[in-house]
Design a protein around this ligand. Structure first.
Ligand code: PEP
Ligand code: MG
Length: 330
């Protein structure tokens, strides 16, 4: 029985009509990799590096970070790893950095905004990443979706932010003599989704952060428990932003992942696949359910489902569409 389940889990998330969706895990440290692989993750679609800062009382040095990134790459044995640069601020406050207190941290100096203002944080992180690439990534390694290492920037709102971070990456890569590493951006601010067709010119891939995209699109603080039932990532307005993102990416043949919570929900994952997302990355325990659901679906049906979802009046009506899609695969 257990063997049977493991065999089923290991099958790719390929729909009945033959469309494969890449399935990654959200994993923050090398110790969590074995469990993710056991759940049949094909790689890591999101490594949140702020946890390296949150889980200790001081700032990890360049060497500390390098060791961690290298350990992640080694644990993954060539499977894709997407490392997100620091996303501090908002809900991730790091006491020992002594950052100024803000009235509205979610609308403040957060993520890439902070990194660009703090070379003392940006330089060691990028150096550690390119040192890990130099050590572990072959010069002829695949680029694009199967790259063994990719770097991703959080909280992008504008083209100049991408250009500035890209320039820093390119300078440091050249200094270190590392192979090229794809550079992607998180789409988690409505401005980025709306300008996806333009941002796609300047980066190699997108990963949609539906937790923040929902918060910023619906103007609901993601930590507000009173409003939690309304902060639904399946709100049609959020789905339309995701659709815009996929269309913008397609114009430049960029791949699009989703690493927010809704990627781990079997029905949410079905909608995302129908909207044109290529990769889903989630908490490891959610992997088997999502895979099973996608394997029981037809992409042609999911596309129709996604279009219908975008046309609904509210999130409840979208959820009501989850009747019998893909059969009883939960
Ligand atoms: C998101 O916003 O959906 C996301 C994946 O990033 P985080 O939850 O770390 O903000
Ligand atoms: Mg986010």
């Amino acid at each position: 029985q257990a063997e049977e389940e493991a065999r089923e889990r290991a099958l790719p998330a390929r729909t009945r009509d033959g469309h494969a969706i890449a399935i990654g895990a959200n994993v923050n440290n090398p110790e969590q990799v074995p469990f993710a692989l056991d759940q049949a993750a094909e790689g890591v679609g999101l490594m949140r590096t702020e946890f390296l800062f949150l889980e200790r009382g001081d700032t990890p040095s360049e060497d500390d970070q390098f060791e961690t990134y290298r350990a992640m790459l080694r644990a993954l044995e060539g499977r894709p790893l997407i490392v997100r640069t620091l996303d501090i601020g908002g809900d991730k406050q790091v006491g020992h950095l002594h950052l100024p207190k803000e009235e509205n941290p979610f609308l403040g100096v957060r993520g890439t905004r902070l990194l660009l203002r703090r070379p003392d944080l940006m330089e060691p992180q990028l150096r550690a990443l390119y040192r890990a690439a130099r050590d572990c990534v072959a010069a002829d390694a695949p680029i694009g979706k199967d790259a063994p290492l990719a770097i991703m920037m959080p909280m992008i709102t504008s083209v100049p932010e991408v250009l500035r971070l890209r320039a820093a990456c390119e300078r440091i890569r050249a200094e270190i003599g590392a192979p090229p590493v794809p550079l992607g951006i998180m789409i988690e601010v409505p401005a980025a989704a709306i300008q996806a067709d333009i941002l796609a010119r300047h980066c190699d891939f997108f990963s949609i952060g539906t937790n923040d995209l929902t918060q910023y699109a619906l103007a609901i603080d993601r930590q507000n428990t009173e409003l939690a039932p309304e902060a639904d990532s399946l709100h049609p307005a959020v789905l339309r932003l995701i659709h815009m993102t996929c269309e913008g990416a397609a114009r430049h043949r960029r791949f699009v992942g989703v690493c927010g919570g809704i990627a781990g929900d079997p029905f949410g994952a079905s909608l995302l696949a129908g909207l044109g997302v290529h990769e889903l990355s989630m908490t490891p325990r959610d992997l088997p359910g999502v895979k099973a659901r996608l394997r029981a679906s037809e992409m042609a049906e999911l596309k129709v489902l996604a279009a219908r979802a975008c046309a609904q009046e509210d999130a409840a009506a979208v959820r009501a569409l989850d009747a019998g899609i893909g059969g009883d695969a939960s």
